[in-house]
Design a protein around this ligand. Sequence first.
Ligand SMILES: [Zn+2]
Length: 150
Amino acid sequence: MDRERGRTYFYIVALFSMGILIYSFYILYNSLTSYQEGQTENLYIGIVVAIIGIGLAFSSLTTLRKRAIMLKEMEKKVLAVEFCDKCSFKKVRLFEKGDYVNKKIGKCTQCNSELSINAIYLEDKKEPDKSPQRVSTSQPSSLTITVCSA
Ligand SMILES: [Zn+2]
């Protein structure tokens, strides 16, 4: 599912849930009105239908909220920068399990000098011009989880 379609789906479900919610309250209001007019049978049916409707609307809104948070997280990637101190060769790649800042990762392809990880940061697609935000390397497990879900 691409981003635009995901967003459209999000709005449709949100509208639908709101519709169910409003309709449930409308049924509840109607049955209460008919109860005041002496029709007790309608009250019970109305209450049951309204409770089911409200429950449905709330559960789908909760699911939607979780999905929205998940989609937001999935858009982000943890990146690692490979850097050579000698010739300033720089390569940005996806964070891999076991990566940490200053980790030696082998020879530089340009000058055969030592290549090491210079920075690890969380990619932010909305603000590509801002300087990369450094991620604490003391919590590698949480970084790994983010990569796996992407
Ligand atoms: Zn180099």
